[in-house]
Write a protein that binds this ligand. Structure first.
Ligand code: SF4
Ligand code: SF4
Length: 221
């Protein structure tokens, strides 16, 4: 490279110093205020949800593990004890682990889950000092008695990150009716507490999306 090209390069670099910055500082320290807002559908650390009565939603069906492209979920189902069932179903998730060294936060496990047992929070700032700690166990993933995600010591939760979990989506079967082909039913944020019932199967509900709320009769407003 000649002197001329070198000077041209320097001129370009120097000129960029005064351009408007498109990046923000990323730090846990003094630049905290500069963190960007997280997207509504950001996928972070998972939770295993419970119903309002405390029962676990997971039925140990292993669909999440089957669909996971990163092969990072390990589930073992077991029969519910008759006298003290863990979930409303016949079976429950006896062992449940997610390996966060592998997870790509694609949310496919959330979409596959038939009971909305697994959803993802907005918290993604967590780190580990050994590989074993990166494997979250069921005890760590299941929400507390208040229905909220547990805040584990090595996790950096910011306000609001535990209020919403995955904006959940299900690609519904058209059930033979042509009006529903290619339609996708959306819910809003889910994960704990009371959730609105799913959309019904009437034609006027086919155009639903996350902003629409449903009452118990399936009517939207
Ligand atoms: S978010 Fe994707 S990669 Fe992570 S556990 Fe779920 S299916 Fe697997
Ligand atoms: S989290 Fe959902 S998909 Fe996974 S085993 Fe439990 S019920 Fe099945």
């Amino acid at each position: 490279m000649g002197l001329f090209e070198g000077l041209e390069g320097f001129k370009l670099t120097f000129g960029k110093l005064f351009d408007e910055r498109v990046t923000t500082e990323y730090s846990g320290g003094r630049f905290d205020d500069e963190k960007r807002e997280k997207a509504m559908r950001l996928h972070g650390r998972h939770v295993l949800n419970r119903y309002e009565d405390g029962m676990e939603k997971c039925i140990g069906c292993e669909l999440c593990a089957g669909v996971c492209p990163a092969n990072c979920i390990y589930v073992r189902g077991a029969d519910n004890p008759i006298d003290d069932p863990v979930s409303p179903g016949e079976r429950y998730g006896f062992v449940y682990e997610i390996n966060y060294l592998r997870c790509i936060h694609c949310d496919l496990c959330v979409e596959a889950c038939p009971t909305q047992a697994i959803t993802e929070t907005k918290m993604f700032e967590f780190s580990f000092t050994n590989r074993q700690d990166a494997i979250y166990t069921k005890d760590e993933l299941v929400v507390g008695d208040d229905g909220m995600p547990q805040h584990l010591p090595w996790e950096d939760w910011r306000p609001g990150e535990d209020e919403h979990t995955s904006a959940w989506m299900r690609a519904t079967s058209p059930s033979g009716a042509a009006e529903y082909v290619g339609k996708v039913a959306w819910s809003g944020e889910l994960g704990y507490g009371v959730r609105a019932p799913e959309a019904g199967q009437t034609a006027d509900l086919a155009e639903t999306h996350g902003d629409v709320e449903f009452d118990r009769d399936g009517a939207h407003h």
